[in-house]
Design a protein around this ligand. Structure first.
Ligand SMILES: [Zn+2]
Length: 76
């Protein structure tokens, strides 16, 4: 098992406001309603519910998020 998935190959873009990953053809972020997206992102975290991981990463909503969004933020 590789430690990191080949995220760049996945057909997603990241919301610049909250980091949610959405399909390339989406126009509005389903998590925060934002309309700014970037293709340059890295790392995936899937938040299923109020898990420990979610609170640790300060994600408060369910969804799939990028850990790093160019020009926006990096979660550590
Ligand atoms: Zn968003």
């Amino acid at each position: 098992m590789p430690a990191r998935a080949p995220t760049k190959r996945m057909p997603y873009k990241a919301c610049k406001s909250c980091g949610a990953l959405v399909p390339k053809d989406a126009t509005v972020c389903p998590v925060c309603g934002g309309t700014s997206f970037v293709d340059d992102w890295d790392g995936i975290v899937v938040i299923l519910d109020n898990s420990e991981l979610a609170s640790r990463l300060k994600f408060s909503k369910k969804g799939t998020f990028a850990l790093k969004v160019a020009g926006s933020y990096t979660f550590k």
